[in-house]
Design a protein around this ligand. Structure first.
Ligand code: PGA
Length: 315
């Protein structure tokens, strides 16, 4: 945060000035040779402070520069009928415009979803193969996903890691191939409860991030999903989530670049619902959500998408 010194009534004071453009936080540089009068004019015309008493922290913003992103992971749920009902609900929902929205149906229903869901919502697959298709029974290739209109794939999900047994190397390979073919990747990471309790949360997350060593970070959204919070109803507190999101952004800054750290969306997943999304969304480094159970209910998923509005109001 920029620290600006000026002189009021002869006494030197330091002021932290943050400029808001839409949802974004940027840093305002003021020339401290300006007079007191022009200093306040500048503050007045450039800052959107929620309240003079609360100061800069009174406006909730996004620390990153990417658009808010909400994904619905339908997992292995649904039938033709239930999915048709969900699509009707989503098509009739009013969604905020400044949010990227993606849903990940089971493979067998992707075509049905593609043919009936509004184009406002993009489609992700829940898995993809490590390379070009061929003699790989039961697998789905990136080329096939693109052929049926998928723009994204969810990789590294904890259920694939801990139930199916995928390791970092295998997941990294899938991500690299999907990205090389132009598919966006929702790259999941997250620690087990025992890892959190052993104080290893950051180590585990950084190790998993490292495995996504890919040529370009342009089309990656990172989903931080503590395993103990997935499908358990035990959501991370906004502070717990924010703490890890800041650490992830810092890791990106140190290990990739400051630009990637700023642009990359870091979304939270794990028991997000219509009741807890607003408080989570207010955290500066939470750029959206990956939602499981609650994404199967159209109106509730719409509420989560529209929680972007809670970033715009005073805390
Ligand atoms: P949940 O799942 O919202 O049901 O906890 C999240 C996820 O697995 O992505």
């Amino acid at each position: 945060m920029a620290v600006v010194s000026t002189s009021l009534s002869g006494a030197a004071v330091s002021t932290q000035l943050t400029q808001f453009s839409g949802l974004r936080r940027s840093f305002l540089k003021l020339d401290n040779s300006n007079s007191t009068h022009s200093f306040f004019q500048n503050v007045d015309s450039h800052l959107r402070l929620a309240s003079e008493n609360k100061g800069c922290r009174g406006v909730v913003t996004m620390a990153g520069s990417g658009k808010f992103f909400v994904g619905g992971n339908w997992k292995c749920n649904g039938t033709k009928d239930s999915i048709s009902k969900l699509i009707t609900e989503l098509n009739s929902s009013t969604l905020e415009s400044d949010v990227d929205v993606v849903v990940a149906p089971p493979f067998v229903y992707i075509d049905q979803v593609k043919n009936s869901l509004t184009d406002r919502i993009e489609i992700a697959a829940q898995n993809s193969w490590t390379g070009k298709g061929g003699a790989f029974t039961g697998e789905i290739s990136v080329e096939q996903l693109k052929d049926i209109g998928c723009k994204w794939v969810v990789l590294g999900h904890s259920e694939r890691r801990h139930i199916i047994g995928e390791n970092d190397q295998f997941i990294g390979k899938k991500a690299a191939y999907a990205l090389s073919e132009g598919l966006g990747v929702i790259a999941c990471i997250g620690e087990l409860l025992e890892e959190r309790e052993a104080g290893k949360t950051f180590d585990v997350c950084f190790q998993q991030l490292k495995a996504y060593a890919v040529p370009s970070w342009d089309k990656i959204v990172i989903a931080y999903e503590p395993v103990w919070a997935i499908g358990t109803g035990k959501v991370a507190t906004p502070e717990q989530a924010q703490e890890v999101h800041v650490a992830i952004r810092d890791w990106l800054s140190k290990n990739v670049s400051a630009e990637v750290a700023s642009k990359t969306r870091i979304i939270y997943g794990g028991s997000v619902n219509g009741g807890n999304c607003a408080e989570l969304a207010k955290q500066e480094d939470i750029d959206g959500f990956l939602v499981g159970g609650a994404s199967l209910k159209g109106p509730e998923f719409a509420t989560i998408i529209n929680s972007v509005t809670s970033k715009k109001v005073a805390a």
